[in-house]
Design a binder for this molecule. Structure first.
Ligand SMILES: NC(=O)c1ccc[n+]([C@@H]2O[C@H](COP(=O)([O-])OP(=O)(O)OC[C@H]3O[C@@H](n4cnc5c(N)ncnc54)[C@H](OP(=O)(O)O)[C@@H]3O)[C@@H](O)[C@H]2O)c1
Length: 376
């Protein structure tokens, strides 16, 4: 249903950013044991085999070789009303690190021995479901593997009027809807207000900042490098950038937000959150979207928490999956922004399912350049 909306919103001839293809990365070693482990590195699938990343161990810190194992399984057969899908792109999201842990979380964690969970887009190979046929592009929870079987009714048929990777980026629930919901429904920036976003050059953060610009706010982004600071100010039109690794956060924030902060879209928590809390205006709004600063570490407390009371702040944590009813509205706004050139986005395409571990870690060292996806 969203596919047809999107085809209408984003005309075939509108300028869409091309995904950036980077050099292939190869897994370093292949641990043995369990199901048949890979003896040699294969970037591409072998006919008749379903490669699957199995969670073997809960990571400590970043994800290491041995935490997951790449195994071969038979390709599953679809039953009545079911569809066989071949994954083409796996969405690489910071939440993979949450799912790998057994901390209390917003959906069940991935159990040891299970295929690693992931959102994917893929091609229908075989269909026993009336609404889908071979060759259709579908999105779903396809996991880190080549093939999966799903009930046809549970799959989201995608339009081919945009590049397929964009369904995991600006036109997807996890990125597009998240940026839209946190910005427009929680922060609700108004013309003249100051909006701060962390993870500002990333997939969600870059869209959130641009949506706030469209609403007329002054937008300040926090990033981890000068290159990303240049990108958000020179290419995306943000009004200021803070390098959270090198700047004096309190001083820089006071300089860039002399009238205080009205809206905060937080993707990271950590020192930037603590600095922003001190600059909040009365009745300011915080969209708590992510805590990437803490996904690889033990939980830590938050300094300046008292400012939530002192400044009468509304803070709302949210999960995009709870707000699917706004997806159509999000696509309208994002599609219009893209078509008018007010919204830009990048996709960082990495190649080869066996490189999953290296690729997921890119989110945590900041080496991803835009929405990270893995071409299967
Ligand atoms: N609530 C929801 O429904 C929902 C949905 C999607 C995503 N999210 C959350 O949104 C956030 C962004 O996700 P994304 O997919 O758009 O990823 P992303 O921003 O494209 O990539 C992650 C970025 O986080 C930054 N980062 C990594 N470690 C950091 C640290 N210790 N402190 C500060 N920044 C750090 C890095 O950028 P720098 O180089 O700038 O450090 C990295 O490039 C994540 O927290 C994610 O969990 C939430």
């Amino acid at each position: 249903m969203y596919a047809s909306n999107l085809a209408r919103i984003v005309p075939q001839n509108c300028k869409l950013s091309k995904p950036r293809e980077r050099s292939q990365r190869y897994s370093r070693t292949c641990p043995q044991g369990g199901r048949r482990a890979h003896q040699s590195l294969r970037v591409y699938a072998t006919a008749g085999v379903n490669r699957q990343w199995i969670l073997k161990k809960r990571p400590e810190g970043s994800v290491h070789t041995g935490d997951l194992e790449l195994t071969d399984a038979p390709i599953p057969t679809p039953g009545d009303g079911e569809v066989l899908v071949r994954n083409t792109y796996v969405s690489i999201d910071p939440t993979h690190r949450i799912w790998m842990s057994d901390m209390p979380q917003y959906m069940p964690c991935v159990e040891l021995g299970e295929v690693m969970r992931a959102i994917t887009v893929g091609v229908v190979e075989e269909s026993n479901f009336d609404g889908l046929e071979k060759g259709d592009i579908v999105g779903g929870l396809g996991n880190c593997q080549d093939y999966y079987v799903s009930e046809g009714a549970g799959l989201d048929k995608k339009t081919t009027s945009v590049p397929v990777q964009d369904h995991l980026n600006v036109f997807g629930v996890v990125i597009g809807l998240t940026a839209f919901y946190g910005t427009m429904k929680i922060c609700q920036p108004k013309a003249g207000e100051t909006f701060v976003v962390t993870g500002a050059a990333g997939a969600v953060g870059s869209l959130a900042g641009q949506l706030a610009k469209m609403a007329g706010a002054r937008v300040i982004g926090a990033v981890g490098s000068q290159e990303k600071a240049d990108y958000i100010t020179k290419e995306l039109g943000f009004d200021g950038a803070i390098n959270y690794k090198t700047d004096d956060l309190d001083e820089k924030l006071k300089e860039l937000a002399p009238d205080g902060v009205d809206c905060f879209f937080d993707n990271t928590a950590g020192p930037m959150l603590e600095a922003v809390l001190l600059q909040l205006n009365n009745n300011s709004r915080i969209a708590l979207c992510g805590l990437i600063n803490q996904y690889n570490t033990d939980k830590v407390g938050v300094k300046n928490y008292d400012m939530l009371l002192m400044r009468r702040v509304t803070l709302r944590g949210f999960i995009c999956l709870d707000h699917i009813e706004y997806f159509g509205e999000a696509l309208e706004m994002l599609g219009a922004g893209v078509a008018e050139g007010k919204i830009k986005y990048k996709t960082d395409v990495q190649e080869g399912l066996p490189n999953y571990i290296d690729v997921v870690n890119m989110l945590f060292d900041g080496s991803n350049d835009g929405k990270l996806v893995l071409k299967v």
